[in-house]
Design a protein around this ligand. Structure first.
Ligand SMILES: [Mg+2]
Length: 159
């Protein structure tokens, strides 16, 4: 349940070609540490990447666990994609909403994010294609650091 189907250094490394080869017609994107860093700075070339997927008719929706609606809305508006905030991943609630927006079968949807216990677990529970990316920036809190260390241990065992 915690094993990602694929791993990339950053979202912008995931090509439309790769997605198509894996029968993916839509993607759900995490925001924090996936599209923007902890200082809210967007990942380099991320808008260009979003446009490259759109051009290939791959549907996109944001699902963030953040409760900061304004922050998520700003990112979504800039890229002109629908968004869900406070999505409670790995619970199915928010991801189900995303499926309604995307109108695609779960097996044809990739859920992309930087955390095993929210993004990957959520995707696998929904039988979506889970893609783990590396967090853009390091953790700022002790708790965040511990979480990352635990993830590393799990990843080593899984992959
Ligand atoms: Mg994240």
């Amino acid at each position: 349940m915690l094993k990602p189907k694929a791993q990339f250094n950053k979202v912008t490394d995931i090509t439309a070609d790769f997605l198509k080869k894996n029968n993916i017609t839509a993607v759900i994107l995490d925001v924090d540490n996936t599209l923007i860093d902890l200082d809210r700075k967007p990942l380099e070339n991320v808008e260009k990447w979003v446009n490259s997927l759109k051009k290939e008719n791959i549907k996109i929706c944001i699902a963030s666990n953040s409760i900061k609606k304004g922050k998520i809305e700003k990112v979504a508006k800039k890229m002109d994609i629908p968004f869900i905030y406070f999505s409670t991943k790995p619970l199915k609630r928010g991801l189900k909403k995303a499926v309604q927006i995307l109108q695609e079968k779960n097996e044809n949807i990739a859920e992309i994010g930087d955390q095993l216990f929210t993004d990957v677990l959520g995707a696998n529970r929904m039988k979506m294609f889970s893609i783990l990316t590396k967090p853009i920036s390091g953790e700022k809190t002790k708790l965040g650091e511990i979480k990352r260390r635990i993830e590393k241990i799990y990843l080593k065992k899984l992959v």
